[in-house]
Design a protein around this ligand. Sequence first.
Ligand SMILES: C[S@@+](CC[C@H](N)C(=O)[O-])C[C@H]1O[C@@H](n2cnc3c(N)ncnc32)[C@H](O)[C@@H]1O
Length: 336
Amino acid sequence: MLADRNFRLQFFIPPDKSFLLAYWPNDQKSLPERLGVSLTLSAVLECRYQIRTAPGKGVGMFAMEDIAPGAIVARERPILVAPLMLSWDSIERDISSNMPEHVREAFFALHNCKPPSFARVHGIINTNAINIDDMPGQTDFGPYVAVLKDICRANHSCNPNAIYRWDFATFTGALHARRAIAAGEEVSISYIGAHMPYAERHERLRDKYFFVCKCPVCNLPPAARAEDDRARQELTFVRGLLEAGFYDEFAPDVPKQLAMAKMLEDASDCNVSTWRAVAGKLVRAYCTLGERAEAVKWARRAMEMTLVDTGTDGGWAAVVAAPENTDVWRSKVVDK
Ligand SMILES: C[S@@+](CC[C@H](N)C(=O)[O-])C[C@H]1O[C@@H](n2cnc3c(N)ncnc32)[C@H](O)[C@@H]1O
């Protein structure tokens, strides 16, 4: 473990009076310099939710308006960013001495699912913090995590309607809708892999977060739960084929692709490579058949899910606008 002195504590009070306590390697550069980020943006850049009681789960996040797939539900600046290798004692000390009281109160009001044998700060960070992947220019200091005051209130669902993404350009975390979310609906994310069967999910959530999941999928009656387990297993199988490069051999035809797409829809799966494979085949098939409306429909679906997963349209917007310009459509016209 690296000594805490290798990190320099930095804190920022942007003009909007938000507050960020961040640890960074103890070199000359400040955090904004290193990232090229001004940190002057508003702390809560998108707020289409409210935090209120979620029966049986403590509090949770609820949509205040209808939210379209891919749209941002919440965008927020973290109140704490730290490498996990730092000692809990030193984080606790810094929170006590450097965080303004109202931010400290918000931090300590966050849920702590760990037993009392865990240091309080350890418990809160382990319950709430989200990983910040690929810290620019840093490979030596292990994973960093961020604590976000509101986004950390989003509860888990085994069929979540939102996905979390970190953005270095604004130094914010955001929740994006994986599918349409209705006003008043609870906004949920997945704390664990989505494709495990019920028993495995139950065990992971119990061991890591100390709760029994009360999401709609886990409340299904036994027969429906068994069917859900089967669908997840099939999805896992397809993912395996994709990763192994065997997907083409196993699933070349349109009915199979439509069945696959339905499976992805049912699971609100927004994994970009899965959608590229499945929707790509449907779009190609419908372009070949000259069925423009269907080609556009599936290109749009792939675009929405690619936006959710990556924040870019992945080139699908051009296909939605003009499937006639795709190579496969052109070669069809030439064939005639
Ligand atoms: C990161 S916190 C989420 C916000 C939390 N509900 C609160 O009141 O602050 C994680 C904790 O929320 C509760 N929780 C989250 N998802 C749940 C679910 N699907 N079923 C039951 N409890 C859940 C558990 O107590 C879990 O340890």
